[in-house]
Design a protein around this ligand. Sequence first.
Ligand SMILES: Cc1cc2nc3c(=O)[nH]c(=O)nc-3n(C[C@H](O)[C@H](O)[C@H](O)COP(=O)(O)OP(=O)(O)OC[C@H]3O[C@@H](n4cnc5c(N)ncnc54)[C@H](O)[C@@H]3O)c2cc1C
Length: 345
Amino acid sequence: METILFVAHTEADGLLAKPALEALGATVELAAALGGSPFVVGLYGAQVAPAVDQLANCGAARFLGVAAGEFAQARYATDAAAVEALARAAQASIVVSADTSRVARVLPGVSHRLGGRVDTHVNSIQVEGGVLRITRWFYRQRMVAEVARTQRPWLLALDAGCHAAYQGAPGKAAVELISVALGDSHVRTKVTGTRSPGTTQQTIRPDAKLLFVAGAGWTKKQKDGQTHAKEAEQIILGFLDCSQASLGGSKSLVDLSVEGEAVLGFMSHMNQVGQTGATPRHPKGLSTCCHGEEPHVVGWRFINERRAINLDPNCGWARGKADVLYVADAFEVMRKVNEMLSGKG
Ligand SMILES: Cc1cc2nc3c(=O)[nH]c(=O)nc-3n(C[C@H](O)[C@H](O)[C@H](O)COP(=O)(O)OP(=O)(O)OC[C@H]3O[C@@H](n4cnc5c(N)ncnc54)[C@H](O)[C@@H]3O)c2cc1C
């Protein structure tokens, strides 16, 4: 019989963010698949009471909390101390959490302290014939592995977007508060501020149905021998406004933007899709003015239906990487699409 701990930090409002709720959804399912193994919710942050109420009806056997001002900010020493204390108090054999940058940073260290094993970037947690297995991708989503381990505790960090978020009704539950002794060395590091990429617009929308990818072609000389960067900006922003799609970019385009060329002001490295970029999850993707090179398309692993617009019938998309390739001028196609979406076409 496993004892499962779901562990998460609270946000500034004392509640859990979506990736944590997804990890909880997976935990509830795992507990049921293991024949009703008990599971414990462990929360840490400046305050945990609002999150305990948020999760009151999730079916947890116990709610444990580490609550103090020192646990508000992301900091290795305090986060690791909190997760370790929660795992020990729960006597957990399986620990499930969200693979956010904050959690992924401390989980391997905590695993070492507990004498356990850790797997990050977990995509699914399955039970077959009573055996727990996880899947995760390697080499930038080129290979998938199925992993089972006998070592306990086994700590798992579940990637965002891999499981439906827990959506139970809030209620009231009792929380057992655990005190974690902190010395000066725990609070030496301080977060003094946050820096966001210098974009003028919020263009990354993880929950969007469509990923719209712009490539360097938007900045190249077109058939009239001129570049049309301003028009490219208007067309792309117009489409994002109408469709609420999320914006991705190829490395070439993102590099141009960041190097200060007069291209797309709203594009940053955060938008880059691919081997050295992101692997977003969306039901559909539309690539425009992007060649479809392998190091770019490896980031499309989790885009289910792919379409591309390229002037070149021999581009990478034509070689089995897209479901549909429109050999056409993306300026013309997207201008028309925008007209149709805004009811003018
Ligand atoms: C180790 C390594 C890691 C890399 N990682 C990444 C990564 O993470 N992400 C990434 O994107 N790349 C990555 N790359 C770079 C990648 O190989 C390509 O160089 C890059 O993706 C090319 O970007 P692009 O298609 O936008 O530009 P280009 O190759 O310049 O292609 C522009 C395309 O636009 C088309 N075009 C021009 N005008 C129009 C028009 N009017 N209508 C339609 N089409 C038009 C052209 O036909 C052309 O195909 C990596 C490379 C290496 C070596």
